[in-house]
Design a protein around this ligand. Structure first.
Ligand code: 6PG
Length: 240
């Protein structure tokens, strides 16, 4: 694993740097393999990145969009990660509809939705069950509690080692989420973390020892590249 930590002056610089990195990885993947697969994070931090990507002239027909997690709400709901990414980016670029692979949230049982999405990934990547595909990039945020995707502290989702997709749980609310092993099989994992509120969890996640059940972002140790792009506010107490 290659781990790279960059501290940027402020959130704008952080977003600009993350744009550069995403574009660089996209162009390299398309040049090498004719395709770029990326799993998006939700929450508020990545929105300006998505808005910036919408201004880029890129080979959108070769880009396939997934999500690392999704709230269990319809697309029209204000909390929908898919809805946010479509409004900020995907509805503004000529990306074929078939290249967008949202997590289903319309099954009465979220476990069925997770199973269906796992099958969709297996078909897309032409892999049997038990094999983990290598996404070109997984974009991640980190909550103030150290969660990432919808891998929340002390939840059963943290233990899932044999599936691609599972059901997350945030305060009793179901989520659909990539599992830690699926994230860890990515060629490149990019965390984008901004704001002073992230600082205590970041210190715990970066500490040499710690409990991943309490700080799930510690689970993310990809075999490929691991990038942490932080702003000064979030990184203020990290050992330099
Ligand atoms: C989600 C995200 C989640 C997010 C963190 C950070 O569905 O909410 O995928 O993991 O990345 O909660 O959120 P902010 O960027 O809003 O701080």
């Amino acid at each position: 694993m290659m781990k790279q930590v960059e501290v940027l002056a402020d959130k704008n610089a952080l977003i600009q740097r993350s744009l550069e990195l995403v574009v660089e990885k996209l162009q390299a993947a398309v040049a090498e393999r004719g395709i770029f697969t990326i799993a998006l994070s939700g929450g508020s931090t990545p929105r300006p990145l998505y808005e910036a990507l919408a201004q880029q002239d890129l080979p959108w027909d070769k880009v396939h969009i997934f999500w690392g997690d999704e709230r269990y709400v319809p697309l029209s709901h204000p909390d929908s990660n898919e809805g946010m990414a479509r409004a900020a980016w995907l509805d503004r670029v000529p990306i074929p509809a078939a290249n967008i692979h949202p997590m289903p949230t319309n099954e009465p049982d979220p476990a069925i939705a997770a199973q269906k999405h796992e099958q969709e990934l297996q078909q897309f990547f032409h892999i049997p069950s038990g094999v983990f595909p290598a996404m070109d990039m997984v974009l991640l945020g980190m909550g103030d509690d150290g969660h990432t995707a919808s891998l929340f502290p002390h939840t059963q989702a943290l233990e899932v080692a044999d599936r691609l997709i599972t059901v997350g749980n945030k305060d009793g609310q179901p989520r659909i989420t990539f599992t830690a092993p699926l994230i860890n099989h990515a060629r490149c994992v990019l965390f984008i973390v901004a704001g002073a509120s992230k600082q205590p969890a970041l210190t715990a996640v970066f500490a040499p020892e710690g409990d991943a059940a309490i700080y799930p972002s510690r689970l993310i140790q990809p075999q490929g590249e691991l990038w942490w792009l932080l702003d000064q506010a979030a990184a203020q107490n990290l050992p330099s």
